[in-house]
Write a protein that binds this ligand. Structure first.
Ligand code: FAD
Length: 551
């Protein structure tokens, strides 16, 4: 009896598809593995495209993680570039593939089919959206078009529509190319994944790097300008002249093939898969930007178009096809973005995401520790927010912004969330320390200690959000010069070092909300006052956080 080799066909040869193909070969030396890719290449590091535009990566060949030849020679994976899969015939177990060079279509049988077709950039049907000079950035061809426009037309002004991750990366890279950049964002904040107050330092940083921000007002349309260029109109009627426009409005999962084949599509618009990345058809798996999966914190279905999940899902699908009990745990939206030397990172749920999911009973604290020991040169503040469940003390999410050490703190917290750790675990975690790398009390420990203080009742907190409606006395315990440089309206100033002697000036019949610069001196003041019988709350994160709420 002859043994028929299993035939696995993969649609899409980038992050999800290529990782699936390579893993399949490592698990099954016998299988026939064929990757069909519409583009003339595979394994493009799309995440590097903004830096190719900015000439940080001048040699485009460096953007390729693997070539068709490498996949063929090292893994015996057959790669057919410039081949578009145009239909799936589930009943016969076949796909129809068009050879884009020859214009011919042929059928290919499969035992297992993996869909990794990615996502398409959003291009809403606004007036003038197809004018020359308006670009999206998804493929290498998009990058070529944008770079050619910059190099031949020498534009002076760019408008970026959308203030998300790619919008910010493009802002940095277009400034690098000498353009004056404006970001237009419909929401009143940049980086919609962040809670609004955490996005505030990012806005300030961009403005200090001469990026003009137009927030809270979406783009309504585009017109050609009589003197050349494009007029970008916002919904409120504000014109923004531009010589080049980049649309960075997000993506939608590429589900055309899957939907036409009758595979289940979820409410968020992605292909529905189970935890082994299998679709509603047991012979078809789907991975990457095209699928929707569960959010590990909120439990909701979500689409998180990021390279890490796509790669891991490709592996899980390969394991599942080879009969291994693989399981994708879900996503927790761990994201990092660098812009003009500032790092912004988050993991898990924001307060916004928890509210959207109808989850209550969480608390948030803010800390602003230095990235490493203050006495060692170069320490920079990290603005950090930790969100945790009051019921079981579990960490639900973290956000951080700063110039140094942000990514490593968020990585630690990402792992903590995956392991369902509590804030008490953060108090105890033992992390790298020497003066140039961290502090004996690392920012992660510090966030855990502050949250644990809240949960133990040692540090009742008030949120800056509640400030406008409170009857409490606001006590500012910073030094008089700090107070004079700016304080909350109506706050009284008793510096921490004088507090013990001036207790009689404070009321016992009203709550006292205490603040300092970052929340540490106010915590010392609070402990002192609580032990003298006062009712005290700490304004978490101090005046530094107040700025986030009151830009
Ligand atoms: P894709 O990489 O989109 O690949 C899908 C492939 O399928 C495409 O090449 C497409 O041509 C092909 N295809 C589609 N339909 C067919 C068909 N019918 N037949 C044949 N081929 C088909 N993620 C991060 O985690 N960090 C970052 O910093 C980051 N930066 C990014 C910056 C940019 C500018 C972009 C565009 C993306 C960035 N991402 C980032 C997202 C990341 O690149 C994607 O999450 C990842 O590439 C998804 O992999 P995928 O395999 O699902 O899809």
């Amino acid at each position: 009896m002859t043994h028929r080799r299993k035939r696995v066909l993969i649609v899409g040869g980038m992050a999800g598809g290529a990782s699936c193909a390579a893993r399949l070969r490592r698990l099954d030396e016998d299988a026939d593995i064929v990757v069909f890719e519409r583009a003339p290449y595979v394994s493009l590091g799309s995440c590097g495209l903004p830096y190719s535009v900015g000439n940080v990566i001048p040699d485009e060949s460096r953007l390729f993680v693997a070539s068709p030849e490498l996949l063929q020679e090292r893994f015996r994976v057959e790669v057919r570039t410039e081949h578009e899969v145009v239909a799936i015939d589930r009943a016969r177990g076949e796909i129809a593939v068009r050879d884009l060079r020859k214009g011919q279509t042929r059928r290919e049988p499969y035992d297992a089919l993996v869909l990794s077709p990615g996502a398409a950039p959003l291009r809403p049907p606004l007036p003038g959206i197809d004018l020359p000079g308006i670009f999206t950035l998804r493929t290498l061809a998009d990058t070529h078009c944008l770079k050619a426009w910059i190099e031949t037309r020498h534009p002076a002004r760019a408008v970026i529509v959308g203030g998300g991750l790619i919008g910010l990366e493009m802002a940095e890279n277009l400034v690098r190319r000498g353009l004056a950049v404006t970001i237009i964002e419909a929401l009143p904040q940049l980086l919609p994944l962040l809670d609004a107050e955490m996005a505030e330092p990012v806005s300030r940083h961009l403005e200090s790097n001469r990026v003009t921000l137009h927030l809270g007002d979406g783009v309504a349309g585009f017109e050609s300008r009589s003197g050349g260029g494009i007029q970008v109109w916002t919904a409120s009627g504000v014109p923004h002249p531009a010589d080049v426009v980049v649309l960075a409005l997000g993506v939608r999962p590429e589900t055309t093939l899957a939907a036409a084949a009758g595979l289940e599509i979820g409410k968020k618009g992605g292909i529905r898969v189970d935890s082994s990345m299998r679709t509603s058809d047991p012979s078809i798996w789907a991975v990457g930007d095209a699928v929707e999966v569960r959010d590990v914190v909120t439990g909701e279905w979500c689409v998180v178009p990021m390279a890490g999940p796509a790669n891991r899902q490709g592996r899980v699908a390969a394991d599942s096809i080879c009969g291994r009990p693989a399981r994708f745990r879900g996503v927790q939206s761990t994201v990092v973005c660098g812009v003009f030397g500032l790092t912004v990172a988050l993991t898990g749920a924001s307060e916004k995401a928890l509210r959207r999911a109808g989850i209550c009973g969480y608390q948030a604290i803010y800390v602003h520790p230095a990235s490493h020991a203050g006495y060692y040169p170069g320490a920079k503040p990290i603005h950090m927010k930790l969100v945790f469940a009051a019921k079981d003390n579990r960490i639900l999410g973290a956000q951080a912004v700063g110039e140094d050490g942000v990514d490593k703190r968020i990585d630690v917290l990402a792992m903590a969330i995956q392991k369902q750790a509590t804030v008490f675990d953060l108090e105890e975690c033992e992390l790298c320390y020497a003066p140039q790398f961290g502090s004996a009390k690392d920012p992660v420990n510090m966030a855990g200690m502050v949250a644990a203080n809240v949960l133990r009742g040692d540090m009742p907190v008030a949120s800056w959000e509640q400030l406008s409606g409170t009857q409490a006395i606001i006590l500012d315990v910073r030094d008089p010069d700090e107070y004079a440089a700016g304080h909350i309206e109506g706050a009284i100033n008793v510096p921490l070092n004088q507090l013990r002697e001036r207790l009689r000036e404070l009321p016992r019949d009203r709550e006292i909300w205490v603040n300092c610069a970052v929340g540490q001196r106010s915590y010392y003041a609070q402990r002192l006052l609580l032990q003298h019988g006062f009712q005290v709350r700490n304004l978490s994160g101090g005046y530094e956080t107040y700025w986030g709420w009151n830009p």
